[in-house]
Design a protein around this ligand. Structure first.
Ligand code: AAL
Length: 431
């Protein structure tokens, strides 16, 4: 009896070996139905190899630095019927102090709407050129992040010729050793006269409610003639890393009127021991090759960036383990513009950044009518956090309505080109 049992066992073992051999053979011939968690030891196409080599996970929904973005209208801000005389744009990071949230932003309340950068020559002391000309830095607070109460001007335009006399804009907040610092673009000419030229200046306060002391100094100067940031230092964005102040900023350069958009936009880094400087620009600048406004947050031991609007790598979330050399972590869509996230560990000098789940962003031309151009603030939510696992934010199969698509319409010139192409085709085939 025992012998028969041994015989059965041996036969079963043989059969299962045969079966697993067939399975392995099948697997080695075809890419498996269940995608292997580890990079398989077999020839792979460049695309599939990249899926393993370049990303944290093989699926976006398992990638911590992948998210979709959801948007909510903010309560509490009035835009004068959207007539173009009131704008709120380029929000700072959101911080939580004194039991409430704070945000700072470019605020313009002018007697007339802006004439546009192309008509900058028509601008004067009361007529703004761009949407951000003749602006001050305003702030608002909120109990819940959805309803905001505007508190007034935090930093006024200083007297001429102090940097910023024409406009103080696009601010961001730093808290360092118990003091608060607002960095901002300090315009000394109407935007559009030569470009969007400005350096960065700073104001400080002992409380987020002020009073703010405008240093009147340029803290991140434009680069030397011929360098990428010789004209524009935009969107200064401070974080604390290694006990130092790291400010990422955007530069506009290589303008070529024959191309659209005519400028290249990249982002650089300037580092200082003290918030008032001196700031030393990183020798590898620019460190991000795309994007428009700057949005970054500590993530694990490195820093992550939301890269939107411009450049080869727009619509990506990027990551730099060493805070300098950025790689694409994920590709996504409908990214928040000029996002100022709530970054609880922005200033804690963390070595394990937890990430972000919401913030304030903006939409330009909010009324869809450029002749009344103004910008509104809105809330975005996402899951770029180590502590939240919201599968509802990890979708990658987005739906946009027909109306949304049709707002991206052909121009008259494009319609004409298409008609000519068809005409040519008809002529060729008629011969
Ligand atoms: C933005 C920012 C800067 C530019 C202008 C106002 O959204 O990149 O601030 O100067 O546009």
């Amino acid at each position: 009896m025992r012998q028969i049992l041994y015989l059965f066992a041996a036969l079963w073992l043989l059969a299962s070996c045969e079966q697993s051999k067939t399975q392995t053979e099948t697997v080695s011939e075809e890419f498996p139905f269940f995608i292997p968690a580890e990079k398989p030891d077999r020839p792979l196409s460049a695309a599939v190899a990249r899926n393993y080599d370049n990303y944290e996970a093989i699926r976006p929904e398992q990638t911590e630095l992948y998210t979709q973005f959801k948007y909510t209208k903010l309560k509490g801000f009035d835009y004068n019927g959207g007539d173009g005389t009131v704008t709120r744009r380029d929000p700072s990071k959101v911080i939580f102090e004194n039991g409430k949230y704070y945000v700072w932003y470019t605020g313009r309340k002018t007697p007339v709407k802006s004439v546009g950068m192309k008509n900058a020559k028509l601008a004067n002391d009361t007529i703004p050129s761009s949407d951000w000309d003749l602006s001050d830095i305003w702030y608002a607070t909120s109990e819940d992040g959805f309803t905001w109460e505007e508190q007034g001007i935090a930093v006024h335009r200083p007297e001429k010729p102090t940097p910023g006399w024409r406009s103080v804009t696009t601010t961001d907040i730093l808290k360092f050793k118990g003091k608060y610092y607002l960095y901002f673009q300090a315009f000394m000419e109407a935007s559009g006269l030569r470009g969007d030229f400005c350096p960065v200046s700073v104001a400080w306060a002992d409380s987020p409610d002020g009073p703010w002391h405008h240093t009147g100094k340029i803290v991140i100067p434009n680069g030397p003639e011929g360098s990428w940031d010789q004209y524009s230092i935009h969107d200064p964005y401070p974080l604390v890393h290694d006990g130092k102040v790291y400010i990422y900023y955007k530069g506009d350069f290589d303008k070529r009127p024959e191309l659209r958009p005519s400028k290249i936009r990249m982002q650089g880094l300037a580092i200082a021991e003290d918030p008032l400087g001196p700031f030393v620009k990183h020798p590898l600048n620019p460190v991000i090759n795309s994007g428009h406004e700057t949005t970054l947050f500590p993530f694990k031991e490195g820093v992550a960036a939301i890269v939107q609007r411009d450049g080869q790598e727009h619509n990506t979330i990027q990551y730099a383990k060493d805070w300098v050399n950025f790689e694409i972590a994920s590709i996504t869509e409908l990214l928040p513009i000029a996002a100022g996230p709530f970054v609880p560990d922005a200033f804690t000098d963390t070595k394990d950044g937890r990430g972000i789940t919401w913030g304030i962003s903006h939409i330009i031309n909010a009324g869809g009518d450029w002749s009344k151009n103004h910008t509104i603030l809105l809330r975005f939510d996402c899951d770029l956090s180590q502590d939240v696992d919201d599968q509802g934010m990890k979708d990658h199969h987005m739906y946009y309505s027909p109306e949304f698509h049709y707002t991206h319409r052909l121009s008259g010139k494009q319609k004409q080109r298409i008609a000519e192409e068809t005409k040519k085709l008809k002529e060729q085939t008629a011969k």
